[in-house]
Design a protein around this ligand. Structure first.
Ligand SMILES: Nc1ncnc2c1ncn2[C@@H]1O[C@H](COP(=O)(O)OP(=O)(O)OP(=O)(O)O)[C@@H](O)[C@H]1O
Ligand SMILES: [Mg+2]
Length: 316
């Protein structure tokens, strides 16, 4: 297995004194209060914190879904401010970032292939055949080669989350932002999702910032960020050997089916997967699946997120 350490110090995200205050009526609600954080290329950064501590807010800001009220944010060498052109932010989201949230935010009227194809269609850089071929390869990569034409309602929670991951990978992002990606899943599916994510982190060096409440995830991280009351309480570096042992245990887990889904199929299809980009979180991403009825509105919200103004919240 490849190296598990971050073998470079290339900073791809830099936060300096980031504040985010929401305006609620006449009141300002401080969600982030002076965050200083660098994220390194290839790292898996796990974020823990109390409920309401600002974790999702931080992910939204890192994903340019929201902008800081104050402070400096640089993403992939671009300074992001409330004056950054929407088109620039949308292009960054579309090409460099992938989003995976707790509820599966798939479009219910679309099959797995169609859901995974959507970000590529929106980006418009591939032919119809290439998009289909790539969507199939990505679904195979997450062990869903046998669920290509299924609608979300025909998939289990774990399968839906894997479609979401495949979709997040569609345009070959450099960084995945994950908000409790295993929050709704049982332990078997959590293991499977973690295997898939860790493989992407290790083999494809996709940087990940993952919010979770699962204390078990810590061992897989390079570093752990503890957020409390909108501030960085602590950053902990995970010992290389501890991480390696955890990875070995997970990868050698005795469940052959999980192993195949996470690693076996991926190995056999790896060659067919071109380096690609993509994704979108969605304004509807945090809505439960049941509230999505597959209307054009859902599609609109995704397209909006990729290409239009997404500063959805009032700020002071
Ligand atoms: N759009 C908004 N308008 C007003 N206040 C908000 C908004 N979004 C978040 N907040 C507030 O900001 C704070 C941080 O919220 P955030 O969602 O980031 O917390 P979190 O750490 O993700 O919590 P959880 O673990 O429960 O998901 C909370 O007090 C929340 O009520
Ligand atoms: Mg949250």
């Amino acid at each position: 297995m490849a190296t598990t350490t971050i073998d470079n110090d290339e900073v791809i995200v830099s936060c300096e004194n980031i504040h985010k205050t929401y305006l609620l009526g006449l009141e300002g609600v401080p969600a982030l209060r002076g965050i200083a954080l660098d994220v390194y290329h290839g790292e898996l950064l796990v974020v823990y914190g109390t409920s309401g501590g600002g974790k999702s807010t931080l992910l939204n800001i890192l994903g340019t879904i929201d902008v800081p009220t104050k402070g400096n944010l640089a993403l992939f060498d671009h300074r992001v401010t409330d004056r950054s052109p929407d088109q620039m932010l949308a292009a960054m989201r579309s090409k460099k970032l992938g989003f995976v949230f707790q509820s599966f935010n798939l479009l219910s009227t679309m099959t797995s292939i169609e859901n995974v194809s959507l970000p590529m269609i929106v980006l418009g850089e591939r032919s119809r055949d290439e998009i289909r071929e790539r969507a199939i390869a990505l679904l195979k990569e997450v062990g869903l080669g046998h669920r290509l034409d299924h609608y979300p309602s025909m998939l289990s929670g774990g399968e839906q989350q894997r479609v979401t991951i495949a979709r997040a990978l569609a345009n070959d992002p450099q960084m995945l932002l994950l908000d409790e990606p295993t929050g709704d899943l049982d332990s078997k599916n959590t293991d499977l999702i973690m295997k898939i994510l860790l493989r992407l982190n290790i083999e494809r060096r996709i940087t990940m910032v993952m919010v979770t409440h699962d204390v078990y995830m810590k061992q897989y991280a390079h570093r752990v960020l503890y957020l409390r009351d909108g501030k960085v309480h602590r950053i902990e570096t995970i010992d290389k050997d501890v991480r390696q042992r955890a990875l070995d245990d997970l990868i050698n887990s005795s469940d052959e089916q999980l192993h195949q889904a996470a690693w076996g199929i991926a190995q056999s299809t790896k060659m067919s997967i071109k380096k690609s980009p993509e994704e979108y979180a969605t304004a509807s991403a945090q809505r439960p699946l049941s509230s999505l009825d597959g209307t054009d509105e859902d599609m609109d919200s995704i397209v909006q997120l990729l290409f239009a103004n997404t500063r959805r919240s009032s700020t002071v």
